[in-house]
Design a protein around this ligand. Structure first.
Ligand code: ZN
Length: 318
């Protein structure tokens, strides 16, 4: 997992971690790759800028200065809590440091004191410059500190590193003092505390407000089959369905079974009435034909049946 993340991968990792990101135009292709190797990467490094002013510091880190050409880091930790991206590859931030420290970072073991400057750090570390004068008086804002923790955690998570892959510049190169200074709300910048904060961030899910995780999977809809007795009870339980008939004196509620029996009885009565009516019509037609030979019985019945079809028969339930 030591191949450097692409610009898109860095952006994706930072956003997933909840970092508020701003992009200095050109950051994706602005780097020092023409001056040396970029990768394999092994960790992230924290600095202070020795400057003030968010916008001017972002420009300084992008362009560099007469003694040191930019980019001077990958992200700039602004006072407003956003991280401004100024490069996605090799940047001039780490310089020559201690190879023993690099080995400890790779192995994620305890850091030895930095007492050598024999190893190219720009090749192996992502760098964050936090906007601060570094005079031990200028205060890091809470948002600034928090965004630095998230920035470090995002890259560690993306690479599968622990907080032990996070170091301060002062832990890399002899003579360096960054980062240092008071933090808004109390305390001063400590890499030990910073790593503990990254560790805590890595222990949780990424993002500023992760979605709540259900403590148990949602219950399946358990369909309990009904027994024959259950079905009988449903159909024959009295007292639930109001009776449709005022004729059912004293019996104001019926079972479903009673409903079906009542409907069936009424349909049989209707069918009987229809049969009788049809027989009556035929008898009348035949009586008519006996008196008048000109009457065609079948034709007369057909006419009467057609007339009946045009009548809406309203079946009343009471
Ligand atoms: Zn530095």
């Amino acid at each position: 997992m030591a191949a450097p993340l692409s610009a898109d991968q860095q952006m994706k990792a930072l956003r997933a971690e909840g970092v508020k990101v701003s992009e200095r135009s050109g950051w994706r292709t602005h780097n020092r790759n023409h001056k040396g190797a970029w990768g394999p990467v092994h960790g992230v490094m924290i600095h202070h800028t020795v400057s003030s002013g968010d916008d001017s510091s972002v420009e300084l880190c992008y362009n560099g200065h007469s003694a040191l050409p930019g980019p001077l880091c990958h992200g700039v930790g602004r006072n407003d809590g956003t991280i401004a991206l100024v490069s996605s590859a090799r940047a001039n931030h780490a310089g020559l440091g201690d190879g023993d420290v690099l080995r400890a970072v790779i192995n994620e073991t305890a850091l030895p004191a930095a007492n050598e400057a024999n190893t190219d750090g720009n090749r192996h570390f992502y760098g964050l410059e936090i906007v601060n004068l570094g005079d031990n008086k200028d205060t890091y804002t809470k948002g600034q500190y928090r965004s630095a923790v998230l920035w470090a955690a995002a890259l560690c998570r993306a690479h599968g590193w622990s907080e032990k892959s996070v170091i301060g510049h002062k832990e890399w190169q002899p003579g360096k003092i960054d980062p240092r200074g008071p933090i808004e709300g109390g305390g001063s910048f400590s890499m030990t505390q910073f790593r503990a904060d990254v560790r805590a961030q890595l222990a949780g899910k990424p993002g500023p407000s992760p979605a709540p995780v259900p403590t148990s999977p949602p219950k399946e809809d358990t369909a309990v089959p009904l027994s024959t007795d259950d079905v009988k009870k449903i159909w024959t339980t009295d007292g639930i369905l109001p009776s449709p008939s005022t004729a059912a004196k004293g019996n104001t509620h019926w079972t479903a079974d009673s409903y079906i029996r009542d409907i069936h009885a009424r349909l049989r009565a209707v069918q009987g009435t229809l049969d009788a009516t049809n027989a009556t019509i035929r008898t009348m037609a035949e009586a008519l034909a006996a008196r008048d030979q000109a009457v065609d019985v079948d034709a007369l019945i057909a006419r009467i049946e057609t007339a009946i079809k045009g009548v809406t028969v309203r079946l009343e339930t009471e």
